[in-house]
Structure formats: structure tokens, C-alpha cells
Design a protein around this ligand. Structure first.
Ligand code: SF4
Length: 156
């Protein structure tokens, strides 16, 4: 989806990755839980689609992008080399990914500018929050995979 203004700042091209193990009650996108509801794209196909909107930055959403980290890494590497910023939504917490995630998931964190982490929790739903659905979810500015000293989005 191109030109989103609700999945991070500015105009963003959002890639929705099919498949999610979290099954959060109240999920806004339950059709994304099954990978069978998606279709496969090569990195080159995605780059071609992204290049149709050259001013847009990129958001990985889902579903759960982190379960496809190994396949996303070449795309994320290419996007960073072309100067794009990457936001990534995940139902895992940052700490879980660092402590228990795969090498590919930790490598993907190094390419992500902002991680929106944690599952959607219905009782913490807050429609006034920017870019996220429940107040447990955080907008974490990452620097080479580590939480940056300055969280540019702490005020949102
Ligand atoms: S992590 Fe996101 S896509 Fe997955 S079940 Fe929770 S709200 Fe839905």
C-alpha cells in the first residue's frame, strides 16, 4: 500500500507480511494471521513496486514481519542503501527479540529505524496514540539494533 500516513511519519509505502503467531484479541487485521492469505514476491518485484513511489519511506507491517526476517533482510539492506527509513511493526517486544530472537531477527533490528513493538492489548486500546493501537506498544528509535539514546518519538 502506498502513501500511508498512519504507519509512521510522512508518506510511507507499507508492506504487509502474511502470517502472525500472536493472535491478539481485537486484532485489526485477523486475515493476516494465515500465510496462506498472502502471496510471494521476490525482492526485485518489491523494489519495483516501491520505486513507483520514490519519495515514500517504508513500513513493514503484518501480520508479523519478524517471522520472515531471513527473507526480509535482503530487501531491508537494499532499502537502507537507497536511503529509505524503515519502520517495523512487531508483536514481539524488543527485549524478547534481543534475548530470544534468531540471528536474522537481530540482524533485521540493525536495519530498522523505528520498531513499534509489543502485541495489541485490547484493554489498553487508545485511539489517541499516534501510529499504534494500545498503550503498551512503544515507538523505539533504534541505532544499529540498539535503543537510541534519543527517542525521537517518545512524545507521541
Ligand atoms: S501482532 Fe498485530 S497482526 Fe498479529 S495478532 Fe497482534 S495485532 Fe494482529
Amino acid at each position: 500500500m502506498h502513501d500511508s500516513i498512519v504507519d509512521g511519519p510522512g508518506l510511507r509505502t507499507v508492506i504487509f507480511f502474511a502470517g502472525c503467531p500472536h493472535a491478539c484479541p481485537g486484532c485489526h487485521n485477523p486475515e493476516s494471521w494465515s500465510q496462506a492469505n498472502g502471496r510471494g514476491y521476490s525482492v526485485d518485484e518489491l523494489i519495483t513496486i516501491i520505486d513507483d513511489y520514490p519519495m515514500n519511506n517504508i513500513t513493514f507491517s503484518g501480520g508479523e514481519p519478524m517471522i520472515q526476517a531471513k527473507d526480509i533482510l535482503p530487501l531491508a539492506t537494499s532499502l537502507k542503501l537507497s536511503g529509505k527509513t524503515i519502520w517495523c511493526y512487531t508483536g514481539y517486544t524488543y527485549e524478547w527479540l534481543v534475548d530470544y530472537g534468531s540471528r536474522e531477527q537481530r540482524d533485521l533490528l540493525k536495519l530498522v529505524d523505528v520498531l513499534v513493538d509489543g502485541p495489541f492489548i485490547e484493554r489498553l486500546k487508545d485511539s489517541t496514540l499516534l501510529f499504534r493501537g494500545s498503550s503498551n506498544q512503544r515507538l523505539l528509535t533504534l541505532e544499529n539494533g540498539e535503543i537510541g539514546k534519543v527517542n525521537r518519538y517518545a512524545f507521541t
